[in-house]
Design a protein around this ligand. Structure first.
Ligand code: XUL
Ligand code: CO
Length: 436
């Protein structure tokens, strides 16, 4: 069945077009810095926001008009596969991502869940073979079911930990079956409500135990996706252990996971942590841990995770600059962990919203490439740190100085210290000239 007969395959038509079902900036085959836009951006579409999100909020019922509901949950799940691949093909998206419970009904038992997952992943595999579309990452949802009320890897209940392990095992089996390039852990409820009843050390040690079991099982079945942890500071728990990139890196290093784990960074999670999206990417990049990104944006006036489609060109330019500086994002990608607003309830909004996000990232890519072509920020930084290129600065960096030698130097140098103005307002204004 065709779910969107009125929508043709989305084509690049350029900024002059009046067709809302066209790309105005994302031209998949256009070459930027020696690679096509499609290769740079590695766009992925999220199953949860696209197929299962219904438009409900804490104050209201579902609004979304979706034509794929069948007589049973399994029938609906099968219809969703058909509709999802129609969307992927029509948007020319090379990748997709999902949680286990997005694609198949949980049923009443773990056996039933596994059976449903087998049925649906057979259908997904057939669609992947037919279309060439690939799995960027999958993950286990270990936060929605009531059994995870106190967390999964961090639960106080060992039976819950064991159940989470069974979900991760199946997630890795599915990853192998579908050739997943990455495998994500987002610690939805891996945190605490109150320290009064929390053994933080045991909880964090146990999360690391679960991650090490995942690495070991991947090795056992001969499938080694890039493992990713997705930081988020709060929501649903009051405090989540993977607060931000720096905190999560400390966890990765403490438990010796750095060979297998990198970070999946999300725009709205960054802002909830009090950072910009590009801050999180920079922290990851300079520590060789930039794995993948969840593309979305928050609302600066709201303090929760609104998961809006990215439409802010300034942000995507700085994000793409980090990705280019990193030498690319592969095997990660740009996953739209973004949902249409409740008022955008028409089924074709799923296309319009993704087109908006893809165009905004394409503009970011072009702007970032222009900044790099002019060496705008690299020249500026080279000049700003020039004192470490020669003389005493070069000697400090080379490790040839100590407190005594620098005291001797300073006594000779005296008050002869000159700082230069950053002219940061000028820099910001010049940056605006690069926004596409
Ligand atoms: C939640 C979130 C998740 C993860 C995957 O805020 O971002 O959807 O991306 O579990
Ligand atoms: Co996310």
């Amino acid at each position: 069945m065709v779910y969107f007969p009125e929508v043709e395959k989305i084509q690049y038509e350029g900024v002059g077009t009046k067709n809302p079902f066209a790309f105005r900036h994302y031209n998949p085959e256009e070459v930027v810095e020696g690679k096509t836009m499609k290769e740079h951006l590695r766009f992925a579409i999220a199953y949860w926001h696209t197929m299962t999100q219904d438009g409900s909020d804490p104050f209201g019922n579902p609004t979304n008009e979706r034509p794929w509901f069948g007589a049973t949950p399994l029938e609906t799940a099968k219809n969703r596969v058909e509709a999802f691949f129609e969307i992927l093909v029509k948007l020319d998206a090379p990748y997709f991502c999902f949680h286990d419970i997005d694609i198949a009904p949980e049923g009443d038992t773990l056996e039933e869940f596994y059976e449903n997952l087998d049925i649906i992943t057979d259908l997904i595999k057939a669609k992947m073979d037919e279309t060439g579309i690939k799995l960027l990452w999958n993950t286990a949802n270990m936060f929605s079911n009531p059994r995870f009320v106190n967390g999964a890897g961090s639960s106080n209940n060992a039976d819950v930990f064991a159940y989470a392990a069974a979900q991760v095992k199946k997630g890795l089996d599915i990853s192998k079956k579908l050739g997943g390039e990455n495998y994500v852990f987002w610690g939805g409820r891996e945190g605490y409500e109150s320290l009064l009843n929390t053994d933080m050390k045991l909880e964090q040690d146990n999360i690391a135990r679960l991650f090490k079991m995942a690495i070991a099982y991947g090795e056992k079945i001969g499938h080694k996706p890039q493992f990713l942890i997705e930081p988020k500071p709060k929501e649903p728990t009051k405090h989540q252990y993977d607060f931000d990139a720096a905190t999560t890196l400390a966890f990765i290093l403490k438990y010796g996971l750095e060979g297998d784990f990198k970070l999946n960074l999300e725009g709205n999670h960054a802002t909830l942590a009090g950072h910009t999206f590009e801050h999180e990417l920079t922290v990851a990049r300079i520590n060789d841990a930039l794995g993948s990104i969840d593309a979305n944006q928050g609302d600066v006036l709201l303090g929760w995770d609104t998961d809006e489609f990215p439409t802010n060109v300034f942000d995507t330019t700085l994000v793409m600059l980090e990705i280019l500086e990193n030498g690319g994002i592969a095997p990660g990608g740009v996953n739209f962990d973004s949902k249409v607003r409740r008022s955008s309830f028409a089924k074709e909004d799923l296309f319009l919203a993704h087109i908006a996000g893809m165009d905004t990232f394409a503009r970011g890519l072009k702007g970032a490439a222009a900044i790099r072509k002019d060496n705008f920020l690299s020249d500026l930084k080279a000049k700003r740190y020039a004192s470490f290129e020669s003389g005493i600065g070069a000697s400090i960096v080379a490790g040839n100085e100590d407190l005594e030698s620098l005291t001797e130097y300073s006594l000779k140098n005296g008050a002869n210290i000159k700082n230069e103005s950053s002219h940061i307002e000028l820099v910001k204004s010049q940056l605006n000239d690069y926004l596409v």
